[in-house]
Design a protein around this ligand. Structure first.
Ligand code: PMP
Ligand code: GLN
Length: 381
């Protein structure tokens, strides 16, 4: 036996697997892990099928299928007015999680500090730690979870190498306003601090709000890795395909890690997506599509005891229950699954110190019939 001295001693199994397994075990409705339970567009499936039958079944270019990179550049230009070079600035990856990990890995060295906001998507902190760097955590406070820029400023040290942001935000559903990007701009001006911008929910925003990508802020873009996911945009989270956009010098380093970890991403999916991407309504219609789901769920839950926090984007809405129960949120989430047959995510798991504000996350990326039945079960909680 040669035991491994764990690089991640504090890490267990991700909450998404824990809660989805519990949901399965109890035959509960799964509003925990974020994924749609409705069908994706058969048109996109058809494109991938066609790619396979046409013989696109071998490795494609390690940086991504060239036409797909061109189409991504067109999309980014249309959405954010940003000119991006498909040759030197876009790399297609097996998902955004991988892209984020790769970006951190090509930058971080032991002793570096990375500022992350909590609650933090669960892969961020382990990604920092496994690279020998130190997370510096800035809390987003319940109930509005807005960014306190004075706290961010106070967290900066000469060792700060990176700031990791996520908007629209998982798990809170909050979004960065243009003023947040401007505050970040002012903060990093004159420093060598880099930025990791996780924008996987770029197309899922509500109430008329439009996502301002970091790519639209030249002074930030020149120091940023921006990561995106087709899984969210096209209802195919299981395909695990996304991309990273970064300035040429960053992309060169990104690809050095990428080429020996994955080499190239699934070819037929890339060919299919390249042909499908011209159908801009597929992502431009998403705000209205998901807003209807959010509103449908909240309307059905109107008479429940939960207090709902404002969700401006993402698949998620937070429900607070501290006014009627003092149960730990992890216990509460398990009890909802076992006793009420609806699985949710406890928000304390997104804090390193387990801070528990008595809030749980509900995923509304579901069929109306699923949301209706979940609401029916939850109304008596
Ligand atoms: N970042 C956030 C905030 C997410 O919610 C997700 C969800 N899966 C990801 C990254 C990962 O995306 P992908 O499935 O493309 O790896
Ligand atoms: N991003 C999804 C969520 O927040 C889950 C993805 C995963 O399981 N890693 O629920």
């Amino acid at each position: 036996m040669h035991p491994i001295d764990s690089k991640l001693p504090a890490v267990g199994t991700t909450i998404f697997t824990v809660m989805s397994s519990l949901a399965l075990e109890h035959k509960a409705i799964n509003l925990s892990q974020g994924f749609p339970d409705f069908s994706m567009d058969p048109g996109l499936i058809g494109e991938v099928h066609r790619a396979m039958t046409d013989g696109a079944n071998q490795y494609t270019h390690m940086n991504g299928y060239p036409l797909l990179r061109e189409r991504i550049a067109e999309k980014v230009s249309g959405c954010y007015g940003a000119a991006v070079d498909p040759q030197t600035e876009i790399t297609v990856t097996p998902g955004a999680t991988y892209a984020i990990y790769t970006a951190l890995t090509c930058v971080l060295r032991p002793g570096d500090e990375v500022i992350a906001f909590e609650p933090a998507y669960d892969s961020y902190i382990p990604n920092i730690v496994v690279n020998g760097a130190t997370p510096v955590l800035v809390p987003l406070s319940f109930p509005d979870y807005s960014i306190d820029w004075d706290r961010v400023k106070a967290a900066l040290t000469p060792r700060t190498r990176m700031i990791l942001l996520n908007t629209p935000h998982n798990p809170t559903g909050t979004v960065w306003k243009e003023s947040d990007f401007r505050a970040l701009e002012a903060l990093v001006e004159g420093t060598d601090i880099l930025i990791m911008s996780d924008e996987v929910y770029e197309h899922i925003t509500f109430d008329g709000y439009r996502h301002p990508s970091i790519l639209g802020f030249p002074a930030l873009r020149e120091r940023a890795f921006a990561c995106f996911s087709f899984g969210k945009a096209y209802h195919c989270t299981g395909w695990k395909i996304g991309y990273c956009i970064a300035p040429p010098a960053f992309t060169t380093e990104f690809r050095k890690v990428h080429q020996f970890n994955c080499f190239s991403t699934n070819t037929p999916a890339q060919v299919g997506l390249a042909n499908y991407l011209e159908k801009t309504e597929a992502y431009l219609d998403l705000p209205a599509f998901y807003q209807r789901k959010r509103d449908f769920f909240l309307e059905r839950m109107r008479d429940s005891r939960f207090r709902w926090l404002d969700s401006k984007g993402s698949y998620f809405v937070l429900g607070s229950y501290g006014h009627f129960s003092q149960e730990k949120d992890t216990d509460f989430a398990i009890r909802l699954t076992r006793e009420y047959g609806v699985a949710v995510i406890p928000v304390s798991v997104f804090y390193q110190d387990g801070r528990d504000d008595k809030v749980v996350r509900f995923c509304f990326a579901k069929k109306e019939s699923t949301l209706q039945e979940a609401a029916h079960r939850l109304i008596s909680v």
